[in-house]
Design a protein. Structure first.
Length: 288
């Protein structure tokens, strides 16, 4: 209780330094929250496309069912395929009629014999789509392979880049936060040197002197994390209608409140550790 009172007194006596410490922590956890939402959303988008038929292979008219079954088994044995769906000529006609039900002229011109049978393949990993497509193209019973290679490659590249940039920024801002926190706590220790000497003369231990500064760092970290999380969560809530419309059909939004609260809990633990660690470095350096 006494440590908490001393901590609050230290914070109240230097409001500008406290504001600077909270601000840098807020920016750090704002970036952490932002990139957590961004990385989580991009991962869901990738998983969505991985769950959909990503490669469609159209068979030649002379393809036999036994050869088709053999090709399906070969694809399954690669360990790269999540699902393989055979679409017969009759099923292709049903799909065609559903897609063009508002245009009677197109329906009259097309019969099941004209449409080719096909395989719709989903991969376990998007990176495996190229090799699956190459395997299908080598088959003598395949007439055409439809594979949106550029779209898939771009999506994978962007997701990887977002993760790398996010991790780099989080590490950089964490290091900056530690440096600034060490400086701020060090200044506070320097300003209280006479008080610290008096406390030592009356028998106070080093840890008794250190704890208020460590609690102060934890306070800055926790308050900064709450504000950073709150701003990013409000921004996500405000942008959800627009993003949901933009990502129509992709189940990314809205983000579950449980996930958002779990993120807050993780950030609070991380903030307390970051603040305590920064203060501990400061007292080791300035409190001899």
């Amino acid at each position: 209780m006494r440590h908490a009172k001393t901590t609050w007194t230290n914070i109240r006596r230097s409001p500008y330094q406290a504001f600077a410490a909270i601000l840098i922590m807020m920016l750090t956890f704002l970036v952490i929250s932002f990139f957590t939402f961004l990385i989580g959303g991009s991962s869901k988008i990738v998983n969505y496309f991985e769950s959909k038929p990503q490669v469609t292979a159209f068979f030649k008219n002379e393809a036999k069912q036994s050869d088709i079954n053999t090709l399906e088994n070969d694809l399954q044995s690669t360990g790269k395929v999540a699902s393989v769906k055979f679409v017969s000529k009759d099923e292709a006609l049903k799909i065609y009629r559903e897609q063009n039900k508002n245009d009677p002229l197109l329906l009259d011109l097309v019969t099941a014999d004209i449409l080719p049978a096909s395989l719709e393949i989903s991969s376990l990993k998007i990176e495996d789509l190229s090799s699956i497509s190459d395997t299908l193209k080598k088959s003598p019973i395949i007439q055409e392979v439809v594979f949106q290679k550029d779209v898939v490659s771009t999506l994978t590249s962007w997701t990887s880049a977002i993760r790398k940039i996010g991790i780099a920024l989080i590490v950089l801002l964490s290091l900056v936060s530690i440096f600034i926190m060490v400086t701020i706590i060090g200044i506070k220790i320097s300003q209280k040197k006479e008080d610290i000497e008096i406390m030592r003369l009356i028998g106070a231990t080093n840890w008794y002197i250190r704890w208020p500064f460590i609690f102060e760092g934890m306070f800055y970290g926790i308050i900064g994390a709450i504000f950073g999380w709150l701003i990013s969560s409000l921004a996500l809530w405000y942008a959800t209608p627009f993003l949901a419309s933009f990502l129509r059909g992709i189940p990314v939004l809205p983000v579950s409140p449980v996930v958002i609260l779990e993120l807050l809990a993780v950030e609070l633990v991380l903030a307390a550790f970051l603040g305590a660690f920064s203060s501990f470095l400061a007292v080791l350096r300035y409190l001899k």
